[in-house]
Write a protein of this length. Structure first.
Length: 368
């Protein structure tokens, strides 16, 4: 969808009637609301007014403000106010714009996705990689430990791309994908059906725990871009995107994830495989900057892996400790929120560091 320059100016005018927000016009015509640029912090943080069609426009407020590294943004100009920018644009003819602006290769969401980040929001290190694949309509399979934030990251990506988010967990029956027609003749839609027919990001979590028959159906849908639902054959919407995730790389069950199935090569061949591990910067954000806590949890996770202990020590550990600290003793917190469910022999296999959390673990081991 091509948006005229007049329409762009109108959207700019509308957006600044709402104090504290701007509006982003996507290539499909949808409008997304974002917080405005904060001159005090000079933070990019998604406060850029952009039009994602053949050209990308933004307002540069002062010489110190520049786009993030690696993004190609065509500046409209250097204006003191949005009113001045609008007035200037209204007085420019199409020929004058083309003469003043250097010609560039068309920038599209598929070629150079623009990352729009809410204030204070933290992105996983693999965020941009996943976003690029999804933008290019390449199915993605994320593999990594439980609780590493796959679901949340994909919701962020759907939000960035202006796509509705649809989620289905480990599918054990075909109708969870295909839908079904009941005795009264009513067709019951699934999350997959909605994404396939209306457009959106469909996330199949725990694909390596889904039955093979379902994956065969998914393979056919991805390959053919059409699907035979109980209510008839449907062609995939142009904005239909798929990301799947699992705890294994498709090799089947292991000591930590015993309920996983082996994925055949026909399935894996459809996807770009991206490893998705715990993010230290997300852990630091969850711990509210508590390096001592993050180091303690990451150390336990490393020990568990080296010693073959079935334990994740996910982000939930950090969240629980932060919520409970100051309300319970550290010894109790380590027992119920970190070493939860472990027998004494297993707990004793973990060595303690010299942090306050390590000392609390030592108390747990001694039974003090």
């Amino acid at each position: 969808m091509t948006i005229s320059k007049t329409a762009k100016i109108q959207e700019i005018e509308k957006s600044w009637k709402f104090e504290g927000f701007c509006f982003i016009t996507l290539s499909n015509g949808q409008i997304r609301k974002r917080k405005c640029y904060d001159r005090k912090t000079g933070d990019f943080a998604g406060r850029t007014l952009v039009n994602l069609d053949t050209d990308i426009y933004s307002f540069k407020w002062d010489n110190s403000f520049s786009p993030p590294h690696g993004y190609d943004i065509q500046w409209v100009g250097n204006y003191k106010s949005i009113e001045e920018a609008i007035k200037a644009k209204k007085n420019e003819s199409k020929a004058e714009v083309e003469e003043e602006q250097p010609k560039k290769e068309p920038v599209t969401p598929e070629a150079k996705p623009i990352v729009v980040v809410e204030e204070g929001e933290v992105r996983h290190e693999k965020y941009q990689q996943i976003l690029t694949c999804v933008s290019a309509d390449i199915p993605v399979y994320l593999y990594g430990p439980a609780g590493s934030g796959k679901n949340h990251t994909l919701q962020q990506i759907a939000e960035t791309l202006g796509l509705e988010f649809f989620f289905t967990n480990s599918v054990q029956q075909e109708y969870k994908i295909t839908g079904f027609i009941d005795a009264g003749g009513t067709f019951h839609e699934t999350e997959f059906y909605k994404a396939f027919t209306r457009g959106g990001l469909f996330f199949l979590d725990e694909m390596d725990a889904s039955i093979p028959e379902v994956l065969v159906l998914l393979n056919a849908a991805l390959a053919n871009k059409y699907f035979e639902f109980p209510n008839g054959k449907v062609t995939a919407h142009k904005d239909f995107r798929v990301v799947a995730a699992g705890n294994t790389v498709g090799s089947g069950a292991d000591e930590s994830y015993t309920g996983r199935l082996q994925l055949d090569q026909a399935t894996l061949d459809r996807f770009a495989l991206i490893e998705f591990d715990y993010s230290e910067k997300i852990e630091m954000a969850l711990a509210k900057g508590n390096k001592e806590l993050v180091s303690f949890v990451r150390g336990l996770r490393k020990q568990a892996k080296e010693k073959g202990i079935r334990a994740t020590f996910s982000y939930r550990c950090i969240i629980s400790v932060v919520k409970l600290e100051g309300k319970l003793t550290l010894k109790d917190i380590i027992t119920i929120a970190v070493m939860k469910g472990f027998d004494k022999d297993t707990i004793n296999t973990f060595s303690s560091d010299f942090s306050k959390y390590g000392i609390a673990l030592a108390d747990v081991k001694r039974g003090a």
